[in-house]
Design a protein around this ligand. Structure first.
Ligand code: AMP
Ligand code: GLY
Length: 420
């Protein structure tokens, strides 16, 4: 099979690594890819936000199956364009991608589905939002409705912070994404992520994970795209997982189908768990990054069979072949991230590291220059390992980190602390 994967981060490197292990994969092309992906697949220069261009590329290259990594092309309708052209595609339609692209829409679906989530109100008028914040008090959560690259959520511990967030959002800081604002009840608890393949009708949970959003050890400092992750998430016990599937995920999928906009792809449910009960924080319509890296390391080659069955609406016949294992990934980022950071610093020592079913360095923002690997983004490497226990996975990952010679980079030293 000729397979095209859209994206160029650590998530896509992990997808490439898993897909490549599957004997069904003949030719593998990735657009745009990165320096790590280029060691496993052909990289193509293609505007992945342009549906017509992606369709044209798929037709020219006799692509049988397209896997869409990031949310932006999904929200822009690239999966719709591919399916309309008869190309088998993994990833939701633009209409179904609203589960990530509009927080207000997700709340509306939760209401219709009876899914437990934070209480909320939606505003397009600033004065009304200000009145609501003053009347409700803090802590309170202020969210720009649309896609804002993870920056559109302010968890305000004071009324002043919430009002400042409203100033920013209604002042245009997030562009169209902030034209509507959702204000939510603050939920306490522990967060975890659940990843569920959905083929429009059937659902299949393919893993759980926990992320580390803050840049610094001990969960301090500003929010990032994620500084490390591990799978499974112990807080998602079988009981909590079943409740989340029965009360949140399945009713959502049923409601989307009832509306004539079935969800096909991976539904990533961000959950808040308190006293053994999960409520929905948010949905994403793609794999998490770096959560995908630990999921792929655990699933291996079967990941492709599951993703392919999902796109062909055959999930009802599938099961996950679980191993009793743990995976952990440490993100190495360029100094300064998530603020301003330099590009172009050289990374040495990667070629001496083990690469097998329990050890892999997935590349995120890297580029090849004169035969060496240089940093080209904020989050740069995902040093990932598997073990029979989480502490074994952690020790293996940090042993690799310590052999990487990259003075321009840094990482958190406490990934996994909550579960360990
Ligand atoms: P989101 O992009 O909606 O996941 O929000 C980003 C982060 O903000 C989440 O991962 C939570 O840590 C936090 N958050 C969002 N909504 C709430 C809420 N209602 N209560 C508490 N924390 C929240
Ligand atoms: N790591 C969080 C995300 O992918 O949204």
């Amino acid at each position: 099979m000729n397979i095209l994967i859209l994206g160029g981060g650590g998530r896509e490197h992990a997808l490439v690594w898993a897909v490549k292990q599957n004997p069904k994969c003949d030719r593998l092309i990735v657009a745009p890819g990165n320096a790590g992906i280029a060691m496993l697949a052909e990289c193509a220069d293609l505007d992945i936000m342009d549906g017509a261009a992606v369709v044209g590329f798929a037709e020219e290259n006799a692509v049988d199956f397209v896997i869409v990594g990031p949310e932006a092309p999904l929200a822009a309708g690239v999966a719709d364009a591919l399916r309309a052209a008869g190309v088998l595609t993994f990833g939701p339609s633009a209409e179904a991608a609203r589960l990530e692209a509009s927080k207000g829409f997700t709340k509306e679906i939760c209401d219709a589905a009876g899914a437990p989530t934070a209480g909320y109100a939606r505003f397009t008028d600033k004065a009304a939002a200000v009145d609501y914040v003053r009347a409700t008090g803090a802590p309170i959560v202020v969210k720009a409705d649309g896609l804002a690259a993870g920056k559109g959520v302010i968890v305000a511990m004071t009324v002043e912070e919430a009002l400042a967030a409203l100033d920013d959002m209604f002042g245009g800081e997030f562009g169209q994404a902030g034209a509507e604002v959702v204000i939510e009840e603050f939920m306490e608890g522990e967060e975890a992520s659940l990843f569920v393949l959905c083929d429009g009708t059937d659902v299949l949970a393919v893993g759980t994970a926990q992320d580390h959003k803050r840049v610094g050890d001990g969960d301090t400092g500003p929010n990032t795209g994620g500084m490390g992750a591990y799978s499974p998430a112990p807080i998602l016990s079988d009981a909590v997982l079943n409740q989340a599937m029965d009360k949140i995920v399945r009713p959502t999928v049923t409601e989307m189908a009832r509306r004539g906009t079935p969800f096909q792809g991976v539904l990533y449910a961000g959950l808040m768990i308190k006293d053994g009960y999960a409520r929905l924080v948010e949905y994403n319509v793609r794999f998490g990054d770096p959560e995908c890296q630990v999921l792929m390391m655990r699933l291996g080659a079967q990941a492709f069979d599951l993703i392919h069955a999902c796109a062909e609406e055959r999930l009802g016949d599938c099961r996950v072949n679980w191993a009793d294992d743990h995976a952990l990934t440490v993100v190495m980022a360029a100094a300064g991230y998530p603020g301003a950071y330099a590009k172009g610093s050289q990374i040495r020592g990667l070629e001496e590291l083990p690469e097998d079913s329990s050890h892999m360095v997935f590349h995120a923002g890297t580029a090849a220059r004169d035969g060496s690997v240089v940093a080209s983004g904020g989050r740069v490497l995902n040093v990932t390992a598997r073990g029979t226990t989480l502490s074994e996975a952690r020790d293996r990952a940090y042993a690799m980190v310590d052999r990487i010679d990259w003075p321009g980079g840094f990482c958190r030293r406490d990934i996994g602390w909550r579960a360990l």
